[in-house]
Ligand binder design. Structure first.
Ligand code: TYD
Length: 141
């Protein structure tokens, strides 16, 4: 992998999703390629997360993701090997876009929170770096 093509923390950003406000209840929608910079191939969600738990703790080689606090709140900690950032997600109309080759952890989950993740590809264990040192080595190659 060429160093110049590696995406950094600067590419990860909070996406402000469309909101249709209505006295009957608000509505947000997400269209692949429109509101997220990738086609959506998979959706998964975390729920019943016990207090104090940490999820994530890995990086992806080529997967793009959008992380949304559908309910409640939690923190997303991102690390590109040079810079780290902690982002608090607490609204269902904000998404955190995470590009490939970024180490991420999720913590500080509130009770009854739901974390929905939109992903650019199907689940593939071969796409993961689960060891931080291996991730750093791959970034420095
Ligand atoms: P993992 O990605 O490590 O969870 P998180 O990053 O949220 O902490 O996945 C946990 C387990 O679930 C692991 O055994 C792989 C499995 N899994 C799937 O089978 N399909 C999926 O889409 C995901 C995200 C995980």
């Amino acid at each position: 992998m060429e160093k110049t093509k590696l995406m950094s923390l600067a590419e990860c950003k909070i996406v402000d999703l469309p909101r249709i406000n209505d006295p009957r209840g608000n509505l947000t929608f997400i269209e692949g390629g429109q509101h997220v910079p990738f086609d959506i191939k998979r959706v998964y969600y975390l729920y019943d997360v016990p207090g104090g738990a940490e999820r994530g703790g890995h990086a992806h080689k080529s997967l793009h993701q959008l992380i949304i606090a559908l309910s409640g709140s939690f923190d997303v900690v991102l690390d590109d090997g040079m810079q780290k950032g902690r982002f608090h997600l607490n609204r269902s109309y904000y998404g955190m876009y995470v590009c490939p080759m970024i180490w991420r952890a999720l913590d500080n989950f509130s009770s009854a929170s739901v974390c929905m993740v939109l992903a650019s590809n199907l689940y593939d264990e071969a796409d993961y770096y689960r060891n931080y040192q291996e991730f750093i080595q791959a970034r420095n190659q």
